[in-house]
Design a protein around this ligand. Structure first.
Ligand SMILES: [Zn+2]
Length: 119
């Protein structure tokens, strides 16, 4: 299970930070079960006396041709398409193209994966 490994890795990072409050940013586009991950991380860190704050990090895309940027949440995608992207993020290139120049050559520049911060 991917979520267990991630929760373990996140715990290690939190231990290193040595703070009593950490922010967990969860990218909008990732392949994990977010609710399960949150639950596991709370369990994994229950002995650390740390306050976890969870935030969703919006996914942002940037066109590699014309360099315009847009947000995943502004796209009009069907539930099926969203599900495909959840399980296979690379499939986003099938469903999404640049709103400006229609290229499907773009990068996901933010909002993938999980980030831990203490600020
Ligand atoms: Zn473009």
């Amino acid at each position: 299970m991917h979520e267990f490994a991630l929760a373990r890795a996140a715990r290690d990072t939190i231990v290193k930070h040595k703070k009593d409050r950490v922010k967990i940013y969860i990218g909008e586009i990732q392949q994990i079960d977010v609710e399960l991950f949150k639950r596991l991380l709370v369990e994994e860190t229950s002995d650390l006396n740390v306050l976890l704050e969870f935030y969703e990090m919006p996914a942002k895309m940037r066109c590699n041709v014309c360099f315009s940027e847009w947000l995943y949440r502004d796209l009009e995608l069907t539930e099926d398409q969203k599900e495909s992207i959840h399980f296979l993020p690379e499939s986003i290139h099938i469903f999404v193209k640049c709103p400006k120049c229609s290229s499907n050559d773009f990068s996901i520049v933010e909002g993938r994966g999980i980030y831990i911060g203490t600020d």
